[in-house]
Design a protein around this ligand. Structure first.
Ligand SMILES: [Fe+2]
Length: 239
């Protein structure tokens, strides 16, 4: 594989960053030993289709991993562009703009296989499998027997967003996501009790989003005049 030399330091750092995230936190280890909080999270997930569990991985480790992954994933990402159109009753229909790195969104035997081999070469396929193994003792109380399928990544640049949608076309998938915003404030809004409630990124939180739940990604806003914000979601898909 031909590698841009500017990527070398980021690639060399990845194994350590993977290990730091895979170590989980003492809080996560405590949940694994006595899964009361995992049962409670499972109850909330059953009721609302969404649950956020803070403190599962080290926030610093997750930010460090996102910082190394961004320059590696950015050139691999393809644009996801869904322009808004107006509906029959003068309504504005949903849309959004982001970038994605996902073998599942590409055709097999072509770009999908090429991307898969790059992700394998940089250790992300193994990292996804190992993280799924580490989290299995918690997740089985939340999502039951759903099976880990793959890891994929969404990249949001300044102003990127996705308007409310329910991913109904994705069927019964469950997404387990570690969202990270660098140099900004990012999050996910999930419909609950009639309102889109904000769930901020950070705190080493793992969010679990079930099928057909209305959610949106608010626009990524700049907080620093010098540094543009970046938001990376590391998602494990379960089916
Ligand atoms: Fe979505």
């Amino acid at each position: 594989m031909n590698i841009d030399s500017t990527l070398r330091p980021h690639l060399d750092a990845l194994d350590d960053r993977y290990c730091e995230v895979l170590a989980l936190t003492p809080h996560a280890e405590a949940i694994i030993r006595s899964p009361g909080p995992a049962h409670e999270a499972g109850d909330r997930f059953l009721r609302a289709g969404f649950v956020r569990i803070p403190g599962v991985v080290s926030p610093a480790a997750l930010e460090a991993l996102a910082g190394e992954l961004w320059p590696i994933l950015s050139p691999l990402a393809f644009a996801v562009r869904v322009p808004h159109t107006t509906g029959p009753a003068g309504t504005l229909l949903g849309g959004g703009r982001l970038r994605r790195v996902d073998t599942g969104s590409l055709e097999r035997d072509g770009q999908g296989d090429a991307l898969a081999s790059v992700l394998r070469a940089v250790g992300l396929v193994e990292f996804g499998r190992l993280l799924a193994d580490r989290l299995a003792p918690i997740l089985r109380h939340v999502i039951g027997p759903a099976v880990y399928e793959r890891m994929f990544f969404n990249l949001y640049d300044e102003g990127d967003y996705i308007s409310p949608h329910d991913d109904a076309h994705m069927g019964d998938r469950i997404d387990v996501t570690f969202p990270v915003t660098l140099d900004g404030v990012g999050g996910l809004r999930v419909l609950s009790g009639g309102y889109l409630e904000t769930h901020y990124d950070g705190e080493g939180a793992m969010s679990v989003l079930g099928p057909r739940v209305w959610h949106e990604v608010p626009p990524l806003l700049r907080v620093s005049p010098e540094r543009p914000p970046r938001r990376l979601t590391i998602t494990m898909r379960y089916v």
